[in-house]
Design a protein around this ligand. Structure first.
Ligand code: 5AD
Ligand code: SF4
Length: 454
């Protein structure tokens, strides 16, 4: 008996790392139904766009891509073949039926809570369009298959692990509480089991993910809620796991236990993504951030007191409704004060259904463009200064791949900087002490520090 030829699955992932993780889970869920992932759109039997709704540009991209996919499918059908088109993720959750109305070629629309039902949804879509964007009361995490290394696309030495989803913070600009729903944490035993599984499969670095990851409060077997700090101590005990990270955090949820974890755990990388969004108290209030500028700066001082080599990364929004020149200057001032090693910055984008969209003092597009350019120039300057400050330091580097030039290998510093150095393939998978000797535009150049013989 011969088994049927495997079907090919092409997933295009937009947006944040949680979508990268979800795309892997979709591939895992479909693997048992004969789908193998492919990096080529040509010849794919099922194409899934895993979408992002955080800003308008991100969601509009999906509709132009769907136009291209429809043409491709028309060509395939003309050649006697076929292709199924699915839309997943936050645009699917937010727009639902509207997607099929705007792009009738779509066969399947499903939200972030339905990935474990994917094989069933695909089967149903063979008989007509399917929309599944409910938030079911059941725990979607319960149903996901254990990750299988051989079928995943993005995993290697580093992996993402979603520990928490959704958000209860309701920042007034943000769609996440509406698209991803209320905050849910995965039980501790599930997280630990998945982490062990990944480490056994060769993963050396784990990044814990959640829209508001430090609000984590997963239940233990005895029914006690465990915070992210304590969870990190447990994960750090896994033999063979070298590095831990987590993203994205809210300043209000940086509790003492988490700060202590930064003090105590060598495996926890000294690099923290802690968005402040604005440096103006007036705007922070309008954003419903529930912290002010001083509280944020004092918090950073406490974290750096616990872990002096910690570097910061952040997110900023320019042109939130009502933002004056003075408010914007306050944002530049907090960037100078907090000294970010890297940052992401965005023009405010009105998201339907959020309180920000209903505010009447929207900022003109040209003003946003000009402010974003000034902010990004400052951040780039700081990032370069931070990279230069690494020259002369010896940093542990996780060696991840062979380098572009012969005899070189490449890896990442604790601060996620790309580092390349002379070295052999056998070094891949290890963490080595590397002296940073130079900076390039996008990476650091290092040299292996001779290690004393054991
Ligand atoms: N407009 C612009 N940026 C936004 N972000 C979230 N919502 C919006 C919006 N409506 C940014 C925030 C957040 C990051 C993931 O995206 O900075 O931290
Ligand atoms: Fe959105 Fe983050 Fe605010 Fe939650 S904490 S509403 S995910 S910006």
């Amino acid at each position: 008996m011969t088994s049927p030829a495997p079907k090919k699955l092409f997933i295009k992932t937009y947006g944040c790392q949680m979508n990268v993780y979800d795309s892997d889970r979709m591939a895992d869920a479909l693997a048992s139904h004969g789908y193998v992932p492919t990096n080529e759109l040509e010849g794919a039997d099922l194409v899934v766009l895993n979408t992002c709704h955080i800003r308008e540009k991100a969601s509009e991209k999906v509709f132009s891509e769907l136009g291209r996919l429809k043409e491709l499918r028309d060509e395939r059908r003309a050649a006697g073949e076929d292709m199924m088109i699915g839309v997943a993720g936050c645009v699917a959750q937010a727009e639902g039926e509207e997607i099929i109305r705007r792009s009738p070629a779509v066969d399947l629309v499903f939200g972030p809570q339905s990935y474990h039902r994917l094989p069933d949804l695909v089967t149903r879509a063979l008989n007509g369009q399917v929309i599944d964007t409910e938030f079911p009361p059941e725990d979607k995490f319960e149903h996901l298959p254990a990750p299988k290394k051989e079928v995943t696309i993005s995993r290697g030495l580093t992996a993402f692990l979603t520990v928490q989803e959704g958000c209860d913070k309701f920042c007034s600009f943000c769609v996440v509480p509406y698209t991803r729903g209320a905050e849910v944490s995965r039980p501790v035993s599930q997280v630990l089991a998945e982490a062990r599984n990944l480490v056994e499969a060769g993963v050396k670095e784990l990044t814990l993910l959640g829209q508001n990851v430090n609000a984590y409060h997963g239940l233990t077997e005895s029914g006690r809620a465990m915070g992210l700090g304590e969870l990190l101590y447990k994960l750090a005990e896994i033999p063979g796991l070298e590095r831990l990270r987590y993203t994205t955090s809210h300043p209000r949820d940086m509790d003492d236990a988490l700060i202590e974890a930064h003090r105590d755990l060598d495996k926890l990388m000294p690099y923290l993504h802690l968005p402040v969004q604005s440096g103006s108290d007036r705007i922070l209030k309008a954003m419903n951030r529930r912290h002010d500028r001083d509280e944020y700066l004092r918090l950073i001082e406490r974290i750096k007191a616990a872990r002096p080599d910690l570097a910061l990364s952040g997110d900023f929004i320019v042109g939130f409704p009502g933002e004056t020149d003075e408010d914007f200057e306050a944002t530049l001032a907090i960037i100078r004060e907090a000294e970010y090693a890297s940052a992401f910055s965005f023009k405010y984008s009105t998201r339907p259904g959020t309180p920000g969209a209903a505010m009447d003092n929207q900022v003109a597009e040209e003003v946003k463009t000009e402010r974003l350019a000034r902010l990004q120039a400052l951040v780039t300057e700081q990032q370069r200064a931070f990279n230069r400050s690494c020259v002369g330091r010896t940093l542990p580097v996780l060696i991840e791949r062979i380098g572009r030039q012969a005899g070189q290998v490449g890896g990442r510093s604790p601060y996620l900087q790309a580092v390349h150095l002379n070295g052999a393939v056998e070094m891949i998978g290890g963490v080595r002490q590397v002296e940073i000797i130079d900076v390039g535009p996008n990476s650091l150049v290092g040299r292996l520090v001779a290690q004393a013989a054991a």
